[in-house]
Design a protein around this ligand. Sequence first.
Ligand code: BGC
Length: 350
Amino acid sequence: MKMISRRDFLKASAVVGATAAMTACGGSSSTSTAASSVASSTAASAAATNGSANIGVCIYQFADNFMTLYRSDLEGYLKDMGYSVTIMDGKNDQNTQTEQINTFLQQGVDVLVINPVQTTSAQTIVDTVSPSGTPIVFINREPEESVLDSYKGKCCYVGADARQSGTYQGELILETETQGDINGDGKITYIMCKGDPENIDAQYRTEYSIKALTDKGKEVECLYEYLDNWDQTTAQQDVANALSQYGDKIEVVFCNNDAMALGALQSIQQANRTVGKDIYLVGVDALVEAVQNVVDGNMTGTVLNDDVGQATKAAEATKLFVDGKDVEKYYWVDYVKVTKDNASQYLKED
Ligand code: BGC
């Protein structure tokens, strides 16, 4: 019997809004690799025919686990809509991405989907694009509202409210047997592995995970906040150092994403610490490897960052622009808490 895929499962459970465009977006079994997801630039320069359109997608960095899932979903949905899609790797460099945007403009793409390298460059991006009138769907890295307002009706943001993911991380800790206070000294002592500091997801997850604890009257002590830029290897090294420096004092390791949580887990295991027994570990994204670790008890929990829901809405917003219909300023997708009890349903890969 064929098992339902993670994408189909999420898609079936996604709460989608009731616009006509929503129904036009079918599921896709596309599982592109980084290389195959980059169409040739000639495809993008080909004129849109038969009601189709050329879509230029700028991803901040292909070497990002979560954005790899996201872009593969997005490519599938846009292609299912009959569009020609070109996806570029910004290589975590804003100048590179800006050049890619200029190239897309020269090619006359119909809509740009942009995951900015630097959220603070979003206004410059809009100023570069707006003279051409090309619509922009910003994804994953939320720009200031004033940026969206400066190109009203021609741009929107599709994302998830990172405050919710942070709150869920805190709740995951409160739901443990000791409510995060393993040594019973009356306070929750933690370290934090943070993503890119100018990214609102990193800021809110850092703030709201702890706020969930203090809102419930818990005393907390932060030993150190590490700037790990969403990166597994950096987090692995920092958590190894933290464990040797602070030892048993560390009761909770909060990670702004699962890539860093997976790095943290490697160091936790190397230090002979046991998640659920003498330390807790939480991430965000629900990458399959992380969910497997939740099932196996090696991670306390994670939070689903719904790549399928967000890619679906991004494709639908793109279609609204192509069809010349009205587009809202924001499209939000909910996070979901992933615990040992519900984790197995998020395990199946495409
Ligand atoms: C994800 C991270 C990812 C980042 C990229 C976040 O929403 O949780 O895993 O690295 O987006 O901007």
